[in-house]
Design a protein around this ligand. Structure first.
Ligand code: PHE
Length: 348
């Protein structure tokens, strides 16, 4: 009996001191002590030898030893077995997941993409250029020399404007006509491009004006390009954009870089011509400026104005978006209010 007790005490110490490096050693511990041929079982088997009057007390003693081994095994399993972890009640894999917030494209991006896609179907290529421009590409080349009164039509943010005229003038482009200039500089006719991009004008921010907005301008130069081509191209565009029922009208206008020039109105889609705030109760909304490229502009780029003619147009993406989605305040586009932006979720 004494020997047996001594043996058990030794075993207890061994169990208490055991440390496992991983799940494999935990399993070895289980087999050694609690397996069918393990030491705990073997010690339990010694009960037969114990005299009857001591069986109760000794039985308790042996049970304590068994519990010690079991508790130790549980502790080892908890810290090493991954299987045990995943089955623990704190993680329930059957619970539904947290919904993931779905982002959306900005309405201006949606409309810009749609505009570009329509003109691509007509064979227009996309051209892009810098937002910081020099005076020549934004104004000079487009037939707006230094003292031209039409410069006042577009209040300009100047980055560098030397008073004495020495050195280059840098500005934020006021229209993407500057990109048209860069295309004419680099390509020979036939030219057929659209120029989408952000432009800047020094205007007080309100619901109807902003210091930056977005344009899509177009340029088509070839032999025998006529005003009829201009009208048909733009009519095709608005029908694709707004549906077959939309009506158009052209009004004579003035731009230094086109002659003749025209502004195009479409029938008001909000009130269908009955009169509303958007169309200022006229039934028509202005959406773009256009015209036949001024011969001087062609000459500026060495394009023979006796051989080639061209048309150009320019429109604001914000205005088209306003008509398409009834957004009535320009400031909404840049405030990044998710309540506004998430209304376009799912639109592609
Ligand atoms: N560049 C003009 C503007 O920004 C638009 C336009 C482009 C007009 C081409 C005519 C031809 O207002």
């Amino acid at each position: 009996m004494e020997q047996l007790k001594q043996q058990i005490e030794q075993y207890k110490q061994e169990i208490a001191a055991f440390v496992a490096a991983g799940a494999e050693e935990v399993e070895q511990f289980r087999i050694k002590w609690l397996g069918t041929k393990g030491l705990v079982k073997a010690i339990m088997g010694e009960m037969k030898q114990v005299p009857n009057d001591q069986k109760k007390a000794f039985g308790q003693y042996l049970n304590e030893f068994k519990t010690l081994a079991e508790t130790k095994l549980e502790a080892l399993q908890a810290s090493h077995s991954t299987v045990k972890d995943s089955a623990s009640p704190s993680v329930d894999f059957s619970l539904p997941g947290d919904p993931m917030a779905v982002g959306s494209r900005h309405p201006l991006t949606l409309v810009r993409n749609e505009m570009v896609a329509i003109f691509k179907r007509l064979g227009f290529a996309v051209a892009e250029g810098p937002e910081i421009e020099d005076d020549w590409h934004n104004f000079g080349a487009m037939n707006l020399p230094e003292d031209h009164p039409a410069r006042d039509m577009q209040d300009t943010f100047y980055i560098r404007k030397p008073e004495d005229g020495n050195g280059p003038t840098w500005l934020l482009r006021t229209h993407t006509s500057s990109v048209q200039a860069r295309v004419m500089e680099q390509q020979k006719p036939p030219i057929r491009v659209i120029c989408p991009g952000r432009v800047y004008r020094n205007e007080t921010i309100s619901a109807r004006a902003h210091c930056f907005f977005h344009q899509v301008e177009g340029l088509y130069i070839d032999e025998n390009v006529s005003f009829a081509d201009l009208k048909q191209t733009l009519y095709f565009f608005v029908q694709e954009m707004f549906g077959k029922d939309v009506k158009v009208r052209f009004r004579p206008s003035y731009f230094p870089f086109t002659e003749p020039s025209a502004e195009m109105d479409i029938s008001c889609l909000i009130c269908e011509g009955k009169g509303c705030n958007i169309c200022k109760h006229t039934g028509w909304v202005e959406i773009l400026g256009s015209g036949m490229v001024h011969p001087k502009v062609l000459d500026n780029f060495g394009i023979d104005s006796n051989k080639y003619t061209g048309f150009a147009f320019g429109m604001g993406v914000e205005r088209i978006t306003q008509l398409k989605y009834q957004v009535n305040d320009l400031r909404l586009y840049s405030q990044n209010d998710v309540r506004f932006l998430k209304q376009f979720t799912g639109v592609v």
